[in-house]
Write a protein that binds this ligand. Structure first.
Ligand code: ZN
Length: 198
């Protein structure tokens, strides 16, 4: 489920639609959580589907850490790529704002952090001064490492900002976040969010 202070807008003829903030979303805010209506598709399920689904799956789903493709039922499926993303952390089944997101600003992911495969490389013109010119599976280790540093900082602020989506969090997801983010400060903060969500 996408953060309630967002909406779908038309970006341009190349990008299509995107999701923008309708109010300021501070760093550390949970911007998306996997919810009960989101639809994970296993490899077996996709193999059994007619080929007419292939492009739809490529376009509208993201790959999770199990190799499944997840179709978000809401505008969470419309987040665009940026080489300078302001959201990250999908490996935890939720994402946080990596920096303050201003009203009208697009919420973005770096697709290279979404378990990208060689066949999924694409040229990028995201407009960021940090644009790599392409999103490539070869960039994954570097991009993931860079995002992890931002993620640490954002996770350390989870309890400092309003969290309209906290009721959807699962304790085991936060536990995994704590394991992946090797910081006592962050672990303490994650504990506090678990308590809020219970
Ligand atoms: Zn770019």
């Amino acid at each position: 489920m996408i953060h309630p202070h967002t909406r779908l807008v038309a970006i341009d003829s190349v990008v299509g639609n995107g999701v923008v903030a309708t109010r300021r979303i501070p760093r550390g805010t949970i911007t998306w959580v996997l919810d009960e209506l989101d639809r994970p598709l296993t490899g077996t399920e996709m193999n059994a589907m007619p080929s007419c689904y292939d492009k739809l799956i490529d376009l509208w789903t993201f790959r999770d850490g199990r190799g499944h493709r997840v179709l978000c039922w809401d505008t969470g499926r419309n987040l665009n790529h940026s080489c300078e993303p302001n959201c990250g952390g999908s490996e935890f089944w939720f994402e946080v704002a990596l920096r303050d997101i201003e009203p009208g600003e697009q919420l973005t992911n770096d697709y290279a952090t979404l378990y990208m495969r060689p066949s999924e490389d694409f040229a990028c013109r995201c407009g960021s001064p940090l644009c790599r010119g392409a999103a490539s599976h070869e960039q994954v280790p570097i991009v993931v490492a860079a995002i992890q540093k931002q993620l640490q900082l954002a996770l350390s602020e989870l309890t400092l900002v309003p969290q309209p989506l906290s009721g959807l969090l699962r304790a085991d997801w936060l536990e995994r976040a704590r394991e992946l983010v090797a910081s006592n400060l962050v672990a303490a903060s994650v504990d506090a969010v678990v308590a809020v969500g219970e």
